[in-house]
Design a protein around this ligand. Structure first.
Ligand SMILES: NC(=O)c1ccc[n+]([C@@H]2O[C@H](COP(=O)([O-])OP(=O)(O)OC[C@H]3O[C@@H](n4cnc5c(N)ncnc54)[C@H](O)[C@@H]3O)[C@@H](O)[C@H]2O)c1
Length: 374
């Protein structure tokens, strides 16, 4: 009988990922730009029958009679984000993570992530990798691509609202794209967090200040990057933002209605937002669902007919592929909304897997020498 094939896959630890180039923010922005283009062309699949579901999470109950079953808590969830990415990537995979605010007290990151890449035909694993840095790099690179296309030329001041690891990655990626930025203003509920991003900006050759007042933090900003967690709603007014400002939001925000109604909204992927609305309807409690997602305030305005329907709106891949729909003058305010998609993790993960193979980084592990058949 013919010998069955041995299945091996590459394991990449966090130090391996660093050696493979995961911290290269500029390269990650380039890869994410390719992914935006594939999204607009439709050469991708994400979860669910609509091919656009963000992922599937375990919803922890508020209470349980089982002593070991996890119960809900701050930022506590498990989520699987599967996908297929086409083009030169041509790979399937999943990002899988657990998040729990209580991790911080244990000296762990709030969320712990891995990515598994698979052969699209056989399903065999190709690479299992530590993915905290993949995820933060791609989350930073997504607004980095938006900055490349939407920010007004000559922008000098960057405001950072919410100064956790995700926004640090956003700052890093944005600075690779906008070399005119001179000053970074950092705002967080905790001075220590804001100071850490300020120090980071100084280490990248910028001047930086910590500003405890939100209105003052954004008043002079040409670019605002937002990635605050949900411990306290981030409430602000459109009138605080100056003409020509670009707001890049990667986390939940609670601005006044003017912010959404008066400014140009550029989505990360219209299909994803249509899927969120579909899932909200299917959940049976649309309003509750909207409250839990970044686009919720926008979907409410669309439902009431005050904003254009999603299919009549613009996304970044459309701007990249068509060369139209982006900034048209120096005075308009533009808001870019990013909600996170597995295909960005898969694109960057695949690139790093290729880098690791060519540099001989990582550990080959065998799934089997040959599959066991009884
Ligand atoms: N769009 C995406 O692809 C994507 C991916 C990953 C994470 N996120 C989101 O990014 C956000 C940040 O993630 P993180 O891992 O850095 O979180 P984190 O909890 O480590 O840090 C968030 C920071 O925001 C601050 N903050 C919270 N509310 C604030 C407020 N009202 N005003 C000022 N500061 C406030 C906190 O003090 C904290 O320093 C989260 O909302 C997360 O869900 C988005």
């Amino acid at each position: 009988m013919e010998k069955k094939p041995k299945t091996e896959f590459l394991y990449l630890s966090e130090p391996d990922m660093i050696a493979a180039g995961v911290l290269d923010a500029h390269e990650c922005v380039n890869v994410c730009e390719e992914v935006f283009s594939l999204l607009n062309a439709g050469d991708y699949l994400m979860g669910g029958p609509n091919h656009n579901s963000h992922g599937l999470g375990i919803v922890f109950p508020k209470e349980t009679k089982f002593p070991n079953m996890p119960v809900s808590g701050p930022d506590r969830r498990f989520v699987a984000m599967p996908g297929y990415l086409g083009g030169r990537f041509d790979v399937c995979g999943v990002k899988w993570y657990g998040s729990n605010q209580a991790n911080i007290q244990k000296g762990l990151p709030r969320s712990v992530l891995t990515v598994l890449l698979n052969n699209k035909d056989t399903g065999e694993p190709l690479c299992l990798m530590s993915a905290n840095l993949v995820s933060s790099a791609r989350t930073g690179a997504v607004p980095g691509v938006a900055a490349r296309y939407l920010v007004r030329k000559g922008s000098k001041t960057l405001a950072v609202l919410g100064c956790g690891p995700i926004n640090k990655a956003c700052v890093k990626a944005i600075l690779t794209q906008i070399d005119t930025i001179e000053h970074v203003v950092c705002y967080d509920l905790f001075e220590k967090a804001a100071q850490s991003v300020a120090d980071f900006a100084v280490a990248h050759g910028k001047t930086a200040t910590v500003e405890p007042d939100l209105e003052k933090a954004v008043r002079d900003a040409d670019v605002v990057t937002i990635a605050a967690s949900r411990i306290k709603p981030l409430v602000f007014k459109d009138e605080w933002l100056k003409e020509g400002c670009t707001v890049l939001t990667s986390g939940p925000i609670h601005p006044d209605e003017d912010f959404w109604l008066k400014n140009k909204i550029v989505y990360d992927n219209i299909g994803l937002h249509e899927a969120y609305v579909e899932e909200a309807v299917a959940s049976g409690d649309k309003d509750e669902y909207y409250s839990g997602v970044i686009g919720g305030p926008i979907y409410r305005l669309i439902d009431s007919g005050r904003l254009p329907a999603l299919q009549d709106s613009i996304d970044l891949g459309g701007i990249i592929n068509s060369g139209t729909g982006g900034r048209t003058n120096d005075t308009e305010k533009i808001t870019f909304v990013a909600c996170g998609m597995s295909v960005f993790d898969l694109g960057w993960a695949y690139q790093l897997y290729q880098n690791a193979l060519s540099k001989n980084i990582g550990t080959q592990l065998a799934l089997w020498d040959e599959p066991y058949v009884e």
